[in-house]
Every structure is written in C-alpha cells, then in structure tokens.
Design a protein around this ligand. Structure first.
Ligand code: APR
Ligand code: ZN
Ligand code: ZN
Length: 361
C-alpha cells in the first residue's frame, strides 16, 4: 500500500520551499522504503530550489540522510527492514568497465528507484540527487543504502551522505594523505573542514588551513588544523611555502571552486606533490597557467568526485572511527531543526555561521 507522509518540496524556480503531503509507493524490485531520521541541509538543495541544477520541478529536497529501512522489494538481499542505513546518491552496477576496474564512483550504469513518489494529485516528484530525504519516508534503490553501526546519532551519520564524505574522501582517498605529510586546505567550509579532519585521521604532520574568514579558521583548528592563514591578509602560496620549509605542501586540497584558489592550490604544492580539486567551479570559469609551470611542476592534479568514496567500504569504517572518538563528525552539526525550518536554514547558510543544519525527524 502506498503511504502518505510529509516532505519538503521546492515547487518552482526560486519559490520558497514548503511542507506537503507526498505519496510513497511500496518498494518495487530492487527498491527500499527508508524511514528518515535525519537529513542535513546542503548547498546543493539550495541550488535545486533556485533552478540551478535542473528544471524538473517540483523537487523533493534533501540528500544527506540516515534512517531505518522499513520495507524492501523483491530481490533485495543486502539490506533488510530494521537496518540503520546512510543513503548515497546512486546505486552502482558492479559490472561496467569503471566498476570492474575498481572505480565505481565513475560507474556508467548508476541508478535510483524506478518508481516515482508523487504529490497527492499525482504530480511526479524529482528527488534531489535521487534521494529526497527531507521527508518522513523516501523511496530509493536498495543499492543506495549502506548499513552502519546503529549506535551513532542519526544526525551525525547522515553527514557522510554528501559534503563531509566529499571532504574526508578528498584527503584519504583522492589525495592519499599519509603519515607525516604536510597538507594545505584552501577554503574551510564544511567540505574543507572535513578534508582537515580526514588529513588528521590519516596522520598528516602539518595541516595548514587557508580561508578569508577568521571564524572559519578558528573552526578549522578545532577540526585538526595545526596552522592557519588568512588569505586576505597574506599571500597563501608564500605562507604555505614558508610553513613547509620552502617546498610547498605534499597535498593541497582546494575546497572553494574559484579560479584564484585553483591557482593558489597549483602553486602551493611541493614539486612532487598532489593537488586535489574538490571545490566545484561554474561553467564559465577559466584557469590560465604558463605551460612551462604545468610541465615543470610534476606531481599530480586530481579532481575528487564525492570523495572518490566506496560507500560500502567507507561509511561503516568512518562511523566506527567516529564511535571510537577518532573522527569528530559531531562537530559538523551546528544545529538540529524541524522539517518546517528548511527555508530558514537556507538563509542562515548565506551568513556563513553554519557548518550544517540537520533536520531531525
Ligand atoms: N580563499 C579562501 N577561502 C575562500 C575564498 C578564497 N578566495 N572564497 C571563499 N572562501 C571560503 C569561505 O569563507 C568558506 O569558508 O571557502 C569556504 C566555502 O565554504 P562553503 O561555502 O561552506 O562551501 P562547502 O559546503 O564547504 O563547499 C565548498 O566544495 O564540494 C564543493 O560544491 C562545493 O564548491 C563547493 C566547495
Ligand atoms: Zn558500474
Ligand atoms: Zn550535498
């Protein structure tokens, strides 16, 4: 039997979000219905609302979520009703060239649930990032669910579904930060702070946080930064070189997504170092570099897609590390809010005083 629950809808371009009754079908083959317990508010939800990602309104927003599997459809064996799970954007196929070569984050055949959730008048909803978790329940592909230790607080677990995983993964997966490395992180929002926590976890000897906002730098220290640079006050490339004996950092992580910070990241690394790009630029942005510098600086330049994570490998591991007190995921939760507060949370996002507002149900 389909059920009716409350969910947060973005009705049209730029219009305020509102809580509506949505219809969630029973799970079909390969699908699961999840009772959502917590879902973080991410910039991407705001971009959906503003029409910046697609025109497929109305959207059911929310995609950084954790909850309990309520029911599963035919053929689902990896998760079962009662399992505590974190949701990810898309289930991977396991069989394509990317999957078989160990890079499932580039899978060619990812999928979400096939059935649609609707409004009560039958209007089909587009779930944000194939999830739609600002809702009491949501329908996903079972492969989007990863079971983790149920003793973690749901508002902490859900964070791994997007921004925090992107940051931690940029450090530990894409950047492959190792014991004793020097690391610089440019841009200390939720993603950059998570990269700092990831670098700390991986045993970096020095972690240099760069931002233009002193409040962000103070928070970065709490996450494990050993040095901070306000790039409004001093040239970050010079500062990073000075702090690394003149060499530049072994790994530089860019978590802003702008040409000037891409350039800083490029020049702030050790000649044999790695630049990890996790900040997402806009289509019109361009970067101009002397080819001789591109040739002469060696090392590597990598972008990080969702932290190059394998949910089934990384989510349970990171939750266990958090439960052991070795990864301060709880520090990313600035406030817990209700479903009715999502619009207000979007406003607070602009002021830069929130790492994550998390809807708790
Ligand atoms: N130099 C250094 N830091 C900067 C600069 C700059 N020129 N401009 C902005 N910042 C800082 C901001 O002060 C803020 O602390 O970058 C940080 C950006 O943080 P958020 O806006 O909270 O964004 P976040 O969610 O962390 O995402 C960062 O990563 O995954 C991507 O799409 C995401 O492009 C975005 C980026
Ligand atoms: Zn695949
Ligand atoms: Zn997100």
């Amino acid at each position: 039997m389909a059920q009716e629950v409350r969910g947060v809808i973005a009705p049209g371009k730029g219009e305020p979000v509102r809580v509506e009754t949505i219809v969630v079908p029973d799970p079909g083959p390969g699908e699961a219905v999840v009772r959502i317990q917590a879902c973080g508010v991410c910039h991407t939800d705001l971009h959906y609302k503003q029409g910046g990602i697609s025109d497929d309104f109305p959207f059911l927003l929310g995609h950084e979520a954790a909850g309990v599997v309520e029911s599963v459809g035919a053929g689902v064996t990896d998760v079962a009703p009662g399992d505590f799970v974190i949701l990810n954007w898309r289930a991977v196929c396991g069989n394509c060239r990317a999957c078989l070569r160990g890079r499932p984050w580039y899978c060619f055949n990812t999928h979400n649930a096939e059935q649609k959730m609707t409004l009560t008048d039958g209007t089909e909803l587009s779930p944000a990032l194939g999830i739609g978790a600002f809702a009491e329940k949501t329908l996903v592909a079972a492969g989007q669910c990863t079971k983790v230790n149920a003793s973690v607080a749901p508002q902490v677990a859900g964070l791994l579904g997007c921004g925090v995983m992107a940051g931690i993964g940029a450090a530990i997966n894409t950047g492959n930060v190792g014991r004793g490395d020097t690391v610089a992180v440019i841009g200390c929002g939720g993603v950059g702070d998570a990269a700092i926590a990831g670098a700390n976890l991986a045993g970096a000897a020095k972690i240099i946080a760069v931002d233009i906002d002193d409040r962000k730098l103070a928070k970065a220290r709490e996450m494990g930064a050993t040095h901070t640079v306000n790039s409004k006050e001093s040239d970050p490339v010079e500062a990073i070189r000075e702090l690394t004996g003149g060499f530049g950092a072994d790994v530089v992580i860019e978590a802003v997504g702008r040409p000037e910070t891409y350039k800083q990241a490029f020049y702030a690394r050790d000649l044999a170092g790695t630049v990890v790009l996790v900040g997402v630029p806009t289509p019109e942005m361009k970067l101009e570099l002397p080819l001789l510098d591109v040739f002469g600086r060696g090392g590597s330049l990598k972008s990080s897609w969702y932290g190059d994570c394998l949910p089934s490998r990384d989510f349970p591991m990171l939750i266990d590390l958090h439960l052991q007190g070795r990864l301060p995921l709880d520090k990313f939760v600035t406030e817990t809010i209700q479903l009715t507060d999502v619009e207000k949370a979007f406003e607070r996002m602009h002021h830069g005083d929130v790492l994550r507002s998390v809807v708790v149900l």
